[in-house]
Ligand binder design. Sequence first.
Ligand SMILES: [Zn+2]
Length: 133
Amino acid sequence: MTEQNIQCPRCGHQNLPDSRFCNKCGAAVVSDAAAAPVPPPQSASAKAIIALILGLLSIFMLGFIAGIPAMILAKNEEDEIRRGASPVAGEMLAKLGFWLGLIGTVLSGLTILLLIFFLIFGLSFPIIFSCGF
Ligand SMILES: [Zn+2]
């Protein structure tokens, strides 16, 4: 590929490939490479963002109700990113959504186990204590 001279948009003077301003009239000239539209930065897909939001919800209030869909969505999104079907920008969000969802699910699972534990054994504690006295 050979570098081409840049034609001044104002006066038509052929300028050297590296020039930024026209040698003849001083107008700003831009080479084709620089003028080529910059591809817009890919932002994370909605799915990755939703996975993260669900992950956060599962930590802060909804537990596994949001945590399980967060994990499923995040895994799904990671697969799509690997296949190139989704923007890589969402990878961190999806990963974060997955782990938050997992933590939220585990925490809510433990809470439920604890509640069941107290429902079964908690009620008998006063009896045990009253027998001790
Ligand atoms: Zn010029």
